[in-house]
Structures are given as C-alpha cells and as structure tokens.
Design a protein around this ligand. Structure first.
Ligand code: GTS
Length: 231
C-alpha cells in the first residue's frame, strides 16, 4: 500500500503564507501542526498585531478572514483557509498520511469529536473569559465586554480541565493512543490558561503529567521561535 509519504517532498510544495501572532494560543496550534508535519520551511509567516487591532481592520476582514481572527493560511493560488482545525486538516493531508486528523474513519471521528470538545469546553471558553472578564486586548479592541459571561466561561474551562484529566487517566492521548489534533487543541487551551493565569487544579494530575510530556515534544517546545531567523 502506498501511504503517499514515500513520494512526498515538502520542498516541492509552493510556498504558503500564514497570517500569524507568534505568542497566540490559536496560532500556536497551527505552528505545532506545521512542526509535527515537518512543513515549517514551506511557510512564510506574516505577523498581524492583535494588540493594535490589525485583525479587525476592514481590509483584513474583507480580504483575509471574515471572522477577524488568526491564524489564516493563504495558498499560492490565493485560497484562504481560516479556523485552526481546517488549516490543520489541510496541512495534515498534504503528505497522504493524515496522522493528526485520522487515518481511518474511526480515528477521524474520535479526533474530530475530542478536538471539538477541547474547543467548546476549554479553549474557546478561556478565550471568552480573556476577552470579557479581563482587560483582554485593551479598551480600543474590546469594545463590548460582559464580565459575568466571561466568568461563567472561566468556570466552564475549569470543568473542561477536569474532563480532560479524567480522559487522560485512562488513555495516553486526548483521542486515544496516538498524538493528534485533539491533543494540539488541549495544548492551545493550556497555553491560554497560562496567559490568563488560570492554574490547572492540583487534583488534575493526569492532565498535568500529560502536559509535561507534551511540552517535551519539539513541536510544542519550539513553537514560538519557529518563525525567527536562525543564529
Ligand atoms: N475559531 C478560530 C480558530 O480556531 O482559528 C478562533 C481563532 C481565534 O480566536 N484566534 C485568536 C484571535 O484572533 C488568536 S490568539 O488570541 O490565540 O492570539 N483573537 C483576537 C480576537 O479579537 O478575538
């Protein structure tokens, strides 16, 4: 069986561009996926400064991403792909061996489910907390805040931590026995939790042990420096 990987040569791929914010938790997900797939050299990063509101400028919203968020992947033919899960799916499929998003129908289903849960129950909840119940990106960008909603989402995120702790007590990775996009999404949540100083509860030992293991992966460890020139 030809997995596709034998004939895949990343250096032959047309260059892609990623509209990016290097320390952001969502862009981190795509940076981790790029490194896991060994595709860093195919990508040019273009920084969009969230704290200056560059992602909300009418031109960016009209021509790059309707949602006014990062990251966004731009292909050499001008195709634009936003949403971390969609970008990861695209990158993962390039070599014909989609380990991050699932090789079998069962893997695909489980990874999609757990990644969606990691967004709904954890990462997106922390994001809402950040934008609504903390200064967020500052008064010029956070034009509407609802602190009560933000605090509820913070509590939801802590419940999410307990949920993923329970999952990781019985299996090695978030969606089963292999590292996948679902792990990357929970990692994104924990990166955001650090930014907003929301600690993982001490009793969530399995989640903490798993995160310590994840931080040893080069893709996670080197994610911020990926776009910096060597030397
Ligand atoms: N559902 C989107 C995805 O999965 O890509 C969410 C993207 C998102 O919220 N990105 C953040 C953003 O643009 C980037 S970061 O906060 O992680 O750096 N936030 C800015 C804003 O104003 O919401």
């Amino acid at each position: 069986m030809n997995s596709g990987i034998l004939t895949f040569d990343a250096t032959k791929l047309p260059r892609m561009k990623i509209y990016d914010f290097p320390r952001g938790p969502y862009p981190a997900r795509v940076r981790i996926a790029l490194a896991e797939k060994n595709l860093q050299s195919c990508v040019q990063f273009e920084m969009v400064d969230l704290y200056k509101g560059e992602h909300k400028k009418p031109a960016f919203v009209a021509t790059k991403n309707y949602s006014g968020t990062l990251p966004v992947l731009e292909l050499d033919d001008g195709t634009l792909i936003a949403e971390c899960t969609a970008i990861t799916e695209y990158l993962d499929a390039l070599d014909g061996a989609p380990t991050l998003t699932g090789r079998t129908p069962r893997e695909k289903g489980l990874i999609h489910m757990m990644s969606k849960r990691a967004e709904l129950e954890f990462l997106d909840a922390i994001s809402v907390y950040f934008h609504h119940a903390t200064p967020g990106l500052g008064p010029n960008i956070e034009v509407y805040q609802n602190a009560e909603w933000g605090l509820r989402q913070r509590d939801k995120a802590v419940r999410g931590m307990h949920y993923f702790d329970a999952v990781l007590r019985t299996q090695k990775f978030v969606a089963g026995e292999i590292f996948s996009m679902a792990d990357i999404t929970v990692i994104g949540g924990l990166i955001f939790a650090e930014i907003v100083k929301l600690p993982v509860p001490a009793e969530c030992e399995a989640l903490q042990a798993w995160y310590a293991r994840m931080q040893e992966r080069p893709s996670v460890k080197n994610r911020v420096t990926m776009s910096e020139p060597a030397g």
